[in-house]
Write a protein that binds this ligand. Structure first.
Ligand SMILES: Nc1ncnc2c1ncn2[C@@H]1O[C@H](COP(=O)(O)OP(=O)(O)OP(=O)(O)O)[C@@H](O)[C@H]1O
Length: 291
């Protein structure tokens, strides 16, 4: 029996034994004809950093080759676990997974990992749940879906970045001003509701404007093109990030709003709450269900 089939069958057997909610696969493993006991199999996109990891982990002269190999394996394994954690969290955010055990099979150059992951212990899922104590869960989920879409597809071939400041909108409006005319001013709530998918195209269109979106906890957009008048001094965020992220972190310190940012440069989604970055994830395409 070939190696790939042994791995797929083993993953399926483990999934049935631990009563997994899903099997998530990154790589070209074929589950055709493999009994999974009705557990669905999803394919997730490849880990974007895997090639970089490979380059970093190889070809360093003067190192003990065995140490080099073990470093490489542990680095890959950690990266694979991260990858599954992110992909599983995205499925949770998208409403595809509710919780429970996910069995991941991640294939990278020369190695395969089977990872048994408890979605209830997933740090991204925990952080999303923390936000949902302040913001309606469906609002949080809608904004994250729109954000992934913005990060992955951009607009007319251009990458775009933006930010959504959600909740405590009265205080956020007091601490900000329009840089351009507010495109949402004077419109009925039905055209400003993030829960209505028909409004998503216009949100993506306005995401190209400078400034941020101000959204209340029930999902009504109050403004786009809003500049945050906050003091960015002493905000403790990752080095190299600019005004968008500094102001998002600062408004989450000065109000009880949650700030979701999508960086123009890297397609990375971050969430700030109480001045802290509680989520930082590379945007990935949603998984595709196979069986
Ligand atoms: N205080 C602010 N309020 C609202 N929007 C802001 C603020 N500061 C910057 N921005 C927006 O962020 C955009 C990008 O700014 P900058 O490059 O400094 O941020 P950044 O954190 O590096 O973001 P990115 O990673 O997306 O480039 C600006 O063009 C502007 O639209």
């Amino acid at each position: 029996m070939d190696r790939a089939r042994i791995i797929a069958e083993t993953a399926a057997r483990i999934s049935m034994e631990v009563d997994a909610a899903a099997i998530m696969v990154s790589g070209e493993l074929n589950f055709e004809g493999i009994e999974t006991g009705g557990i669905p199999v999803y394919y997730i996109s490849m880990r974007p950093k895997s090639i970089i990891d490979h380059l970093v982990a190889t070809g360093k002269d003067g190192k003990n080759p065995l140490k080099e190999l073990s470093d490489q394996i542990s680095q890959q394994a950690a990266g694979n676990a991260d990858h599954l954690q992110q992909a599983a969290a995205i499925e949770y955010v998208l409403g595809e997974q509710k919780g429970g055990i996910i069995v991941g099979v991640i294939e990278t150059r020369g190695s395969s990992s089977i990872i048994v992951h408890n979605l209830d212990e997933n740090p991204i899922v925990k952080a999303v749940k923390e936000c949902q104590e302040r913001i309606k869960p469906e609002v949080m989920s809608a904004i994250m879906k729109i954000s992934f879409d913005i990060a992955l597809t951009g607009r007319e071939g251009q990458k775009i970045g933006t930010a959504f400041i959600i909740g405590d909108s009265e205080e956020v409006l007091k601490r900000s001003h329009q840089i351009i005319l507010n495109p949402y001013a004077g419109h009925d709530e039905i055209y400003r509701n993030v829960l209505d998918k028909r409004n998503w195209e216009s949100i993506k269109e306005f995401a190209q404007l400078d400034g941020v979106f101000v959204v209340d906890e029930s999902g009504i957009i109050h403004a786009a093109g809003r500049y945050l008048d906050v003091d960015g001094k002493n905000v403790d965020i990752e080095k190299g990030l600019g005004g968008r992220h500094v102001s998002a972190a600062a408004i989450s310190r000065d109000t009880v709003a949650i700030a979701v940012t999508i960086s123009e440069s890297g397609g990375v989604l971050r969430i700030y709450k109480d001045a802290k970055e509680i989520i930082c994830m590379e945007c990935m395409r949603p998984a595709i269900r196979y069986i």
